[in-house]
Design a protein. Structure first.
Length: 516
């Protein structure tokens, strides 16, 4: 039962919400149609009860026919009829900045064909249908609650909770509405949604952890194999990609564990499982096999030291997914003393092989497709391919233009490369203890030294000359030779030997004369 004190607090929260200008249309709707019952439903109710911020507000309106509701909304803003077949109107109120998009629907019943396809459903909307009936078709109890809007009483119970969502919310349990298998047969993407909620609601500081109820969890594991079918793509790849990425960006380690235990990796990315029991040289990796190292790397993305080492800036989706895949190539390149006669376990070119494998996976699952959260596949591949740059080379001897190539690349982020390097180094535990950051710190010093050459001390100085300058000065035609000359000038500039256009031309003339 929703306690009266909590009801009063919830009522006050709703009243504060209604005072926002973008919600004024609800007051006007109630005034025009006093018989209307207006409910806030779905994730917004869950977030309001958890005191989480949200911009995603869905409403159900009873006792008004769809044509009258549509007519009212059209006079108060823009109505998109994309979801009209399902009795859902997407509404943007007039004169409200920034624009809010609200889903406003009639109560409805869903008649699923039980194929698991989220579009394989017939919908019947009915303005007289009870709100409880409408909530019965939803996925999880914590999403199957509604709040009655425009109630003037602080003591009247405004939370509609027929399936115990509030209790599950308090106990941090994710439970399906009704029988789990039936809910998942209606839409198999709900399996991944359940994992995503377990990750989103479990940030790294959440204690105690949210749990998936046992019967719900078992059904998720049993039905995971239904996501992909050789005959028909039941759940669109774009939906799979969205849920997968949202899970990992919400809580990388939790997502890693749940995708493993639920058979998600087995069905969607079996290549990842090859990292299990893939040994590493004990001198360098006492943390365990490639699988354990990868999990620890994902954990280190939440380390407070990451910002100290890499600078301010959120960890991007590309960095998280690249960290998941950064050692994917190791099982495919492993060489051992027993099998190959090497001095120790080696993984030659695992960065290159892993990048190609990750690219295949990302394209297969269409990880670039989801709106807002889709990843830049090229950047992810680049991060994996370059994640060993601080390990392989001698930082002190690295040419300035090489550092520019990796950490001041106009197409890819040097900070992201530092972040994935930080995670990899932090998760490497040698026999003497955690791998030291000597090379990392040397690179930071080199990067800062190059920045010192510019006036603002925050970026590299601009090139002193262009290709057009070189061709005009020496009466040359376009060709590879121009690029070579520009490279030589840039190297001298970044070494601090050239500081003006005049000096650049004097340097080039000395080279050009010798080459004649």
């Amino acid at each position: 039962m929703f306690l009266s004190r909590s009801n009063i607090i919830l009522s006050l929260k709703v009243k504060l919400l209604q005072r926002k200008k973008s919600f004024f249309f609800l007051r006007d709707l109630k005034r025009k149609y006093p018989q209307a019952q207006i409910y806030l439903v779905g994730g917004a109710v869950r977030d309001l009860l958890l005191s989480h911020s949200t911009q995603d507000y869905d409403f159900v309106v009873r006792n008004i026919p769809l044509d009258l509701l549509k007519d009212f909304l059209s006079k108060n803003g823009n109505v998109n009829l994309v979801g009209q077949a399902f009795g859902v109107l997407k509404f943007i109120p007039d004169e409200v900045q920034p624009h809010h998009v609200f889903d406003i629907a009639l109560p409805r019943k869903d008649f699923s064909f039980k194929t698991g396809g989220y579009r394989d459903v017939r919908t019947q909307n009915d303005p007289k249908l009870s709100i409880e009936e409408d909530l019965s078709r939803r996925d999880f109890t914590i999403n199957a609650m509604a709040i009655e809007i425009n109630s003037n009483s602080l003591t009247k119970k405004i939370l509609v909770d027929p399936y115990g969502g509030y209790k599950d919310l308090k106990q941090r349990i994710i439970r399906s509405v009704g029988e789990p298998e039936e809910r998942f047969k209606e839409d198999y993407s709900r399996i991944l949604r359940g994992i995503r909620f377990a990750c989103q609601l479990n940030n790294v500081f959440t204690k105690p952890k949210w749990k998936i109820e046992e019967k719900t969890w078992q059904a998720m594991k049993d039905k995971m194999s239904c996501l992909l079918s050789p005959k028909k793509q039941i759940v669109p790849y774009e939906v799979i990609a969205k849920e997968f990425i949202k899970s990992f960006i919400s809580n990388p380690v939790r997502a890693f564990d749940l995708y493993d235990r639920s058979n998600g990796f087995k069905e969607l990315i079996p290549e990842v499982l090859k990292m299990k029991n893939c040994p590493q040289p004990e001198n360098y990796h006492t943390e365990g096999d490639v699988w354990k190292h990868t999990r620890l790397s994902l954990e280190k993305l939440s380390s407070p030291n990451l910002e100290k080492k890499c600078g301010k800036g959120a960890v991007s989706n590309e960095v998280i997914i690249a960290t998941l895949f950064h050692d994917l190539g190791k099982p495919y390149t492993i060489q051992t003393p027993e099998k190959d006669g090497t001095s120790r376990i080696r993984f030659n070119d695992h960065d290159v092989v892993g990048a190609e494998k990750a690219k295949e996976i990302a394209k297969r699952l269409r990880l670039s497709s989801p709106e807002k959260v889709g990843i830049n596949i090229d950047e992810m591949v680049w991060l994996i391919k370059q994640h060993m740059v601080l390990i392989k080379g001698d930082i002190a001897k690295m040419r300035p233009r090489t550092i520019e190539k990796y950490f001041f690349n106009p197409h890819y982020s040097g900070q992201k490369l530092l972040q994935i390097s930080f995670a990899d180094i932090s998760a490497t535990i040698t026999k003497e203890g955690p791998l030291n950051f000597d090379k990392f710190d040397q690179m930071l010093a080199r990067i800062q030294g190059l920045k010192e050459l510019s006036e603002n001390k925050k970026e590299l100085p601009k090139p002193l000359i262009t290709g057009d300058d070189v061709m005009e000065e020496f009466n040359l035609s376009p060709g590879p030779y121009i690029g070579k000359l520009l490279g030589l000038v840039r190297e001298e500039q970044l070494n601090g030997h050239l500081k003006s256009k005049k000096q650049a031309f004097e340097f080039l003339k000395s080279i050009y004369d010798k080459s004649k």
